[in-house]
Design a protein. Sequence first.
Lengths: 130, 130
Amino acid sequence: MQIGKAAQMSGISAKMIRHYEAIGLIPSADRRDSNYRDYSDDDVHQLSFIRRSRALGFSMDEIRNLLRLWADGNRSSREVKKLALGHIEDLDSRIKAMQDIRDTLAKLANSCDGNHRPNCPIIESLEGRA
Amino acid sequence: MQIGKAAQMSGISAKMIRHYEAIGLIPSADRRDSNYRDYSDDDVHQLSFIRRSRALGFSMDEIRNLLRLWADGNRSSREVKKLALGHIEDLDSRIKAMQDIRDTLAKLANSCDGNHRPNCPIIESLEGRA
DNA sequence: TCTAAACCTTCCCACCATGGTAAGGTCAAA
DNA sequence: TTTGACCTTACCATGGTGGGAAGGTTTAGA
C-alpha cells in the first residue's frame, strides 16, 4: 500500500513516517517502480506500535529500544520492565515539578484579591518583592 | 553595565537577553560608543522578573502580558489573577495528561513479571494485542 | 606602550517532533 | 486526454536554548 493508506491505518502522518525513516527509527520502505514507498501490514503494525509508544510519552530513544526489544525473540521482560520503570520515574519527576509550580501559583492567586485595584501578590512575587 | 554582568545578576544568559530583545519581549538596550549593550539596575530587575515568570512555567506570550501588567500602574489585580488562573488550568490539564499516562504505564509494568522470559504485557499493549 | 585576555558584536547552525508549502512526478478513472 | 488524487523531494517554521565562528573593544599587566 502507499504511504497515505499506511498513514491512515497507523495513525501516523505520512510526513512523520518519512521522518521516522530519515532518522533511522524504521527501515527504509520498499519502493515501487514509480519510486513510491510501499508498505505491508507488518509495516503498519510497527507504525501503530510507535504511535502507542508516543502516546505513552516514550522518547524517540526509548522507542528505538522498545522496537528492538519487540523484535527480539530472546528479550527478557526484565529489560522491558526496566525501561518502563525508568520512564515512569521520569514522568514522576516531571509531574512533581509541574505540581510544585502549580501549587506555588495557586497560593499566589489565592492571596490575590482579583479586584479593580492594582495591588497583587502575584506581580509582587515575580518582581522579587515577595 | 555590560550584558555579561546583567546576565550574571539576572540569571538570564547573555544569549537569551539578546534573544528576548530580538523578539521584542524587552525593549532594545541602550548602546555605548563601542556598540556594546548597556544595562541599568531596572533592566536587570525586569530580566529577573522574566526569569521568575519562566520558572513558574509562563509562556512567552503570557510573560509579554505579565510585563505589560507589571508596568501598568492602572492594572487591575483581576486581570493578573485571570492570567494566573488560566495558566493554572493549563498546568492542571497537562499534569492530568501525564498522570494518566503514568498510571496506565504503572499498571502495565505492575503486571509484567520482569524475569528472563520474553512474555510482557507492556510490549503486548504497545503491539495492540492487549 | 604593547600585548594578551576577557569581553563584546553579529550571524549561522542545532536540537525535537511536527506541520506547512511549493514544484514537480505518477496513476487511475472518466 | 484531461483531471484530480496521490506521491516525491526540499525547504521553512515553531519555542527556548545552546554552540561556535569571525571579528571588534576594553582593560589589566609587563
